[in-house]
Design a protein. Sequence first.
Length: 455
Amino acid sequence: MKEYSPEYLENIREIISRGDTEAARKELESLHPADIAELYQDLDLRQAEFLYKLLDEETAADVLLELDEDDRRKLLDALPNEVIAKQIDHMDTDDAADVLQEMDKEDQEEVLSKLDDVEQAGDIIDLMKYDEDTAGALMGTEMIVVNENWSMPECIKEMRLQAEELDEIYYVYVVDNDERLRGVLPLKKMLTHPSVSKIKHVMEEDPVSVKTDTPIDEVAQDFEKYDIVAMPVIDAVGCLVGQITFDDVMDTVRESAERDYQLASGLSSDVETDDSWFAQTKARLPWLLIGIAGGIGNSLILGNFEAGFATNPAMALFIPLIGGTGGNVGIQSSAIVVQGLANGSLNIAHASRQVVKELGVGLLNASIIALLVFIYNCFRLGATQVTTVAVALSLFAVVIFASVFGTFVPLTLEKFKIDPALATGPFISITNDIIGMVIYMSISSWFLTHFGLSV
């Protein structure tokens, strides 16, 4: 991230306040669109709008895409729809669809009606119909497409015409007369077979592809698995409708990782450091209130065992140990499952196998932890004290429960199409804390009832 000195920012603000368009343009000429977008974060909306209107249309379009969602929405609200339409003309269809979806329905229609390229407007409308988390919403329609029945000279001539409208060329896709995807034409084949009669004789058949309704996380897994930079997208009957590029996938993976991290941290919605106090409080407060409810529940549970604490005060010393261990084990188990679901190494169909495996790991961990704590308490409290035995048995039971529970919850959420990252956050910690207290108090009370202060 580019750091702007206070002196530089002060100079920019002074130029804007003077309305010195020539000086402002000179400053902007040396900046990359991504750097200009970061500069806007240090300016108010009026100042950002002043600079934005000085950019050429292509640079303005790039800057609009580089802005974070909140800043982009503010700028879109401030700009006339005619200006926005000019920026959309310079964007790829997938980027244009993303920008338009942040606008009101009425503004969307007005911007689309003002686009110079009617075909582009139609492509954008088609992309906006796909579900947000599918390959169809992520793909772009800009690509080079040739027919399998063309000769190589005919193919090269058509490629040159199509390439004039593209910024980047990743692959040349080959289709049949019905627009169904048939293969990919490598550059090497074009150089080594300049006079081939038909493209279909030298193309690479059956390229890796995804359908328009393929979930984005599966698309990301395919990119990693096959180590490719672009992937064709087909419809239900196999017709080529677009392509997804690696930069689009990286943006999606990054956003997904940020969302999962915030869920795991107990944030109920996406927030940024520059969001308002109210927005951050709204995102953070729900799980804090749930945590308070869990704490109150714990206090009610412990309140039922006042007599046990009075009889054996040493029991209270190990409450943090029981709760903390259960929470940590549960988060570890759920994190492993969530990671496996995210990278495709764990299939929901094999859920029972993972639960059994985690049970085995839990038994091993529980045995080691319980034994170490038992040995410690033997020296500190004595081997015949009820607390020594109760704590060891409670830890054994809590670790096993937390291991299985931490595995079962994200698998269940995944089955019901709920983000399993939710299971790595406060939900697991609070639940394990409460169940851990119930297990600890129940075991301790049973020993006190049946054996008194010593075994």
